[in-house]
Design a protein around this ligand. Structure first.
Ligand code: F3S
Length: 387
């Protein structure tokens, strides 16, 4: 792989041991995947930030790093909200460790935005941007809905790219690797409602695996595309998808023709995921809620009181910018929680059956929270919480 003089010097250790190690990670990755060079990135989004997932070893590794990030860098959700962690039953022991992890990232210059939807906060991303993001749903969204370019990084490789300011140029950084590989058609697509997109993603991800799907007959808002992509990244390994007439690359004159292999998602398969089940908590906001989703939730809850625990996850940035709406929601007894999420926080582990409006959470809750999951639309989730 071609490195410029400065990169060679970093690799030789002239800029300190941490930068040297980070460059070694990038060079090793580049060699494995056949990258010819490094490409400058405009931002990094780093997973491996919840103490629940990285544990003591991860914390020690972070504490020993001595460098600063070179580009705008944010974190994936951590294991608890940074301030009101007692409100959701987090122990002091866990909180101390989680705060230490955040402190280690802060010392590296990482912004304390802990979210899987940083694209709601940094809205100037374009098709020209190369990124090093690691949360699968965020990777899927920026690649597909915005047309920016990132591979799905692991936590260490995203942090290495953040510190060096570059990433190996292979995979989805190359336009030729971004063409659709399988066509997906959804039966009865005119009858779809918002709650169906997570379910379609859940089903499509299983069929598509790690290929690039091309949806030919759906209309979807940005939040619906977010739900679709997040679920496909969870049940498959889809890091990029295209939607005919909607996503930016599918509208380019140079876009490839429809792949001949076609998968049909049947209406009955979608409906079969929405099974009635007794539940003891409701959780929405996977991926983290947008301002529009918070507004919708406040409208659904207006004049009502929550009877079952209702957890709504969003980023601190979106929550702070919508403080009036959040306050209305909280007055109903629901909790709007920043920085963390259904899956990476130990707060959800105490429930046996959790209702979610997300295909991704539906896939992850059984293993990550040790609970059964029930899928519903956002409206159904709110109804269940106030019933
Ligand atoms: Fe985000 Fe957590 Fe879901 S990271 S996509 S809210 S599992």
């Amino acid at each position: 792989m071609q490195l410029d003089r400065e990169d060679e010097n970093i690799l030789a250790g002239e800029y300190g041991e941490t930068r040297q190690k980070m460059m070694e990670i990038l060079v090793a990755l580049g060699k494995v995947f056949g990258a010819e060079e490094l490409v400058p990135i405009t931002s990094a989004q780093i997973s491996g930030a919840s103490y629940k997932t990285i544990g003591e070893w991860g914390l020690e590794w972070l504490r020993n790093l001595d460098a600063r990030v070179a580009v705008l860098s944010v974190l994936n959700p951590v294991g608890m909200p940074r301030d009101n962690w007692r409100d959701i039953g987090i122990s002091k022991e866990f909180a101390d460790k989680q705060l230490a992890v955040m402190d280690a990232y802060r010392k590296l210059g990482v912004k304390m935005e802990c979210t899987c939807t940083p694209y709601y906060l940094y809205t100037n991303l374009t098709m020209q941007d190369h990124l090093a993001w690691s949360e699968s749903s965020a990777v899927s969204y920026v690649n597909s809905v915005i047309g920016a370019k990132t591979n799905r990084e692991g936590g260490p490789s995203a942090l290495a790219a953040a510190i060096i300011g570059k990433t190996p140029k292979y995979g989805l950084h190359l336009f030729k690797n971004r063409m659709p590989q399988v066509t997906v058609e959804v039966e009865d697509s005119d009858a779809l409602h918002a709650g169906h997109f997570g379910a379609i993603g859940y089903l499509a991800g299983k069929e598509v695996g790690n290929r690039i799907p091309y949806f030919t007959n759906i209309r979807a808002s940005r939040d619906q595309l977010k739900a679709l992509g997040a679920a496909m990244a969870a049940t498959g390994a889809v890091a990029l998808y295209h939607v005919k007439g909607i996503t930016p690359e599918a509208r380019l004159p140079t876009f490839a023709p429809e792949p001949s292999e076609k998968i049909v998602i049947e209406a009955s398969e979608i409906e079969s995921l929405f099974k009635e089940k007794e539940i003891d908590a409701v959780a929405v906001g996977c991926p983290h809620c947008s301002a529009e989703e918070l507004l919708k939730i406040s409208e659904l809850l207006a004049g009502r009181k929550v009877k079952k625990p209702l957890y709504i996850f969003s980023s601190k940035g979106v929550k702070d910018a919508n403080a009036g709406i959040v306050s209305k929601i909280q007055k109903t007894g629901a909790k709007v929680i920043e920085d963390t999420c259904i899956v990476v926080s130990p707060a959800m582990d105490k429930f046996d059956t959790i209702m979610v409006d997300s295909g991704k959470a539906f896939a992850y809750v059984p293993n990550m929270c040790g609970a059964e999951a029930r899928l519903g639309s956002l409206e159904e989730c709110i109804e269940e919480a106030v019933r």
